[in-house]
Design a protein around this ligand. Structure first.
Ligand code: ZN
Length: 145
């Protein structure tokens, strides 16, 4: 597994947690892009199993990432519900990378979160306030009524 695959799998998993609502202000985030646009990351990504020394948890505590809603409430996204074989594969990748890069799993996953956020926010999206680039316009004749 390479970093791009890891991001792909993590993103696919995180998207399953949307739509997501803030319990305090009841704002609803339609998808991950919307969430990243309107919340602020709060602290590093927390790989709780790894911090407990377990890289292959059978009953995972999970990986969690916190964010502040615009109202100030704390929101969380997690690895909860991710199939174990996938979680283990991701943690195996993380373990190898932490050794290669000489950084902690927390630092590694936080870097990964930043990269994923940049990638998602840089892509044009209908809900984006400032698209990076306008989409190509292809002129098509109007269909006959
Ligand atoms: Zn809120």
């Amino acid at each position: 597994m390479i970093e791009a695959d890891v991001i792909h799998h993590l993103r696919a998993h995180l998207e399953t947690q949307f739509p997501k609502a803030c319990a305090h202000c009841h704002r609803t985030f339609a998808h991950l892009h919307d969430y990243l646009l309107h919340t602020k990351h709060l602290g590093p990504v927390m790989p709780y199993d790894v911090e407990a020394g377990d890289w292959r948890p059978t009953n995972p505590l999970g990986i969690m990432t916190y964010a502040n809603c615009e109202c100030g409430n704390t929101l969380v996204l997690s690895s909860k519900g991710m199939p174990l074989p996938l979680l283990w594969q991701l943690l195996l990748w993380a373990r190898i990378e932490t050794l290669k890069r000489g950084i902690t799993a927390t630092a590694l996953l936080t870097e990964l979160r930043e990269r994923m956020s940049r990638e998602i926010l840089s892509k044009h999206h209908p809900h984006s306030a400032a698209p990076a680039a306008p989409p190509l316009k292809i002129e098509k004749p109007e269909p006959a009524p």
